[in-house]
Design a protein around this ligand. Structure first.
Ligand code: ADP
Ligand code: MG
Length: 700
């Protein structure tokens, strides 16, 4: 990069030490390059000049050209000064008013001089007004003229505005920068890529993103710069993939042996769905290689991920390796343990459970059996990661509900084996398929996009509080038929205590109303043992209603439960609602999800409830969720390994993202070391990018 761009911002014309300091503090702008990458927040077309006569209340911002004919200074009752100027453009009069900066305005505006004003007109007592308009002196030859063209608006702050760096002030220094900097622009891609993807050159793009010649050029500039953002991120992923493919060795599992076949032929409780078979095949292929498998299985709640994981663990056993499965909660770990143990026993495979709060003696025995290799499958919470847990020969790690664990936790498990174990991640909160393909670098994605046959789609109903008795009536009928019910309370208050109170009160109400039934209560503050007892009561049908805070969110499996009541449903996120709904509809009976909603529901809240009524497809839900929340929130930038793109948006610009990915992956194949002369600029820029984003791209 040309050293020009590293210049301290202090030295830019009309900046200086005081402004530089604030630019650094408020906007993280320290160098010329930082300023260059400070893009406008919006653009306003001032190429159209309006007439006062044509003003309408509905117009947002307008620009007008005319003269000041009169000034008057007055003050409010509270003694605040107001400056009013009468502005005329020949077609009518308009009042310009200021509450601040009055002295400066008085000094800089002269009666009779031609000016352009810009702002939102308001009709006040039959008189058009613009408060604090932006203005241009048409006579003066200022470079950063802001009338008669598409004008950029820069984000600013109160502190910056106070020292003259409002949007307009930033526009001025940006103009100064570009005037100086033009000759120093360097291409960061190359001609080949620009030609192939019809991208503007970098200098043209930068000039136009700040001071667009016209809308067409603005759009092309944005496209080019977004492409670049995606491109370097994808290049990082492409190289990560190549790199991890080439270096992370694992033990190959070439055999499909006795354990697998015995279970498959004699003990399978059901036929696998086509999707389960397909995904299992993909896993088998991965496991056959001496390179670490790193596969993410996305499948809606109830799609049968556990069985796929279990079959994979049988393959590990067939090849003489242990497996570990890690779940986000003790309840879920225990449930996996119960289920998997039942299946494993049939073929003579040993399982062990590791969760917090186990007795010392018991724990010691468990640790020994893991270390000696007696335990074939170890199931647990993150307690598995602890240093005391040593494996004899760990070959496969399964992580359930991926989003609950961080990258670091997951890779810690890998270090319990040398070479690294194969890695299978299962998640029920799918991100839209198209996105998954473009966001994951070193992870392969499998999708179980089919539910086991015979499931009746869950009916989702929304009720307001006034219908509660009806809901209770319905619940009673279902319980009379032998079914069971979940009632979930959201985290509403800041304090867990208050949340618990809501759930406890709810349980009391239900107990009173359903005196003939047993109502259980589980919550996050309970001791593991007490929680287990409650859960067990429900699983064994001793309790008919289970009230909970969101602890049952992931994974529990009670096929006899057919009603999921969610209190204050509008307060839950969409994916959480969907997860909760997935707790029912697991058996042969018709199931229901009842969303109790408050009276005041935000528009997003309404959309979420509507989406729940409209579809039970987890992928559709995730798309709507993504739309509502935007990618940053949805993926949780930090955890997802996604950078924050400045201009690009992974949802709106998906097509461009695909193209950038294609270009980056192609380049990585063509010239892995970026040695060719034509890739010099790309290499230089990538090196800088990679250094800055060292932690990115490790999505799983
Ligand atoms: P999830 O993908 O949410 O983890 P589970 O693995 O818990 O789903 O499976 C949900 C339920 O469906 C379980 O009771 C499981 O035994 C059952 N199941 C899984 N696969 C099939 C299948 N192919 N046919 C019938 N039932 C299945
Ligand atoms: Mg599961």
């Amino acid at each position: 990069m040309h050293p020009f761009w590293q210049t301290d911002i202090t030295y830019l014309k009309r900046v200086g030490p005081k402004r530089a300091e604030l630019l650094g503090k408020e906007c993280n702008i320290h160098t010329f390059l930082d300023l260059l990458a400070y893009y406008p927040r919006k653009y306003v077309d001032r190429s159209r000049v309006s007439k006062v006569r044509d003003l309408r209340q509905s117009l947002s911002h307008v620009s007008l050209v005319g003269r000041i004919t009169h000034f008057s200074l007055s003050s409010t009752k509270k003694g605040r000064k107001i400056l009013t100027a009468t502005f005329s453009d020949g077609s009518g009069n308009l009042e310009l008013t200021w509450f601040q900066g009055i002295k400066w305005i008085q000094n800089s505006l002269k009666i009779g001089e031609e000016i352009a004003v810009f702002g939102k007109p308001n009709l006040y007592n039959g008189q058009w007004q613009i408060t604090h308009p932006e203005m241009d002196h048409l006579k003066a030859e200022t470079g950063a003229r802001s009338t008669g063209q598409i004008v950029p608006f820069y984000p600013s702050t109160e502190k910056l505005s106070r020292i003259g760096l409002d949007s307009r002030g930033i526009r001025t220094i940006m103009h100064n920068l570009l005037e100086l900097g033009q000759i120093h622009f360097e291409e960061t891609l190359n001609q080949e890529i620009c030609d192939q993807y019809q991208l503007l050159g970098r200098s043209q793009a930068l000039m136009n993103v700040h001071f667009p010649e016209n809308y067409d050029m603005l759009n092309r500039a944005l496209r080019r710069l977004k492409f670049e953002e995606f491109f370097f991120f994808q290049l990082l992923l492409a190289r990560k993939r190549k790199y991890s493919r080439n270096t992370n060795q694992s033990m190959p599992f070439p055999k499909i042996g006795a354990y697998f076949h015995d279970f498959f032929n004699h003990h399978m409780p059901f036929e696998l769905t086509a999707a389960q078979k397909r995904v299992l095949k993909e896993i088998r292929k991965d496991l056959g290689r001496a390179i670490q498998m790193n596969r993410l299985v996305q499948g809606d709640v109830g799609s049968g991920k556990t069985m796929v994981a279990f079959m994979s663990m049988l393959i590990a056993k067939d090849n003489g390796f242990q497996s570990a499965i890690m779940a986000p909660t003790a309840i879920l770990a225990d449930q996996h343990y119960q289920k998997i143990t039942k299946m494993a026993e049939k073929v003579g495979i040993t399982t062990r459970l590791i969760v917090g709060g186990q007795r010392k003696k018991q724990r010691t025995e468990i640790l020994e059996s893991i270390a000696s290799g007696e335990a074939d499958i170890v199931i647990g919470t993150h307690a598995i990661i602890e240093d005391t847990v040593k494996f004899h020969r760990l070959g496969l790690v399964v992580v359930d509900e991926q989003h609950k664990f961080g990258v670091v936790q997951r890779s810690k498990l890998w270090h319990k084996a040398d070479p690294f174990p194969h890695n299978l991640i299962m998640t029920a909160t799918p991100i839209p398929r198209t996105l998954a393909m473009t966001l994951y670098g070193d992870v392969d994605v499998s999708v179980i996009d089919e539910l086991p046959p015979g499931r009746k789609p869950i009916q989702t109903l929304v009720f307001k509080e006034s219908k509660r008795l009806e809901v209770f009536g319905f619940i009673r009928k279902e319980i009379a038929k032998g079914r069971q019910v979940y009632v979930v309370y959201p985290l509403v208050e800041e304090s867990e205590k208050l949340d618990l109170l809501a759930a406890e009160k709810g349980a009391e109400l239900l107990e009173r109303h359903f005196a003939e039934f047993r109502v259980g209560l589980v919550h996050g503050k309970m001791k593991a043992g007490a929680k287990d007892i409650e859960m067990e009561r429900f699983v064994n049908k001793k309790a008919q209603i289970l009230v909970s805070t969101t602890v049952i969110e992931v994974g529990v499996d009670v096929p006899n439960a057919t009603i999921m009541v969610i209190e204050n449903a509008e307060r839950f996120g969409l994916s959480q609602l969907h997860q909760l709904r997935g707790r029912v509809g697991r058996g042969d009976h018709q199931s229901y999800c009842i969303l109790m909603s408050g009276y005041k529901v935000s528009s997003d809240g309404k959309k979420r409830l509507q989406a729940m009524k409209d579809t039970t497809d987890g992928f559709k839900i995730s798309e709507i969720d993504l739309e509502l929340r935007g990618p940053g929130d949805f993926l949780g930038t930090r955890q997802s390994g996604l950078p924050e793109f400045q201009l690009a948006n992974i949802v709106e610009d998906q097509e461009l993202l695909q193209q950038a990915r294609e270009a980056a992956f192609f380049l990585t194949e063509e010239d892995p070391q970026l040695q060719l002369p034509k890739h010099l600029a790309i290499k230089a820029n990538f090196t800088r990018y990679a250094r800055k984003h060292i932690s990115l791209g490790t999505v799983a």
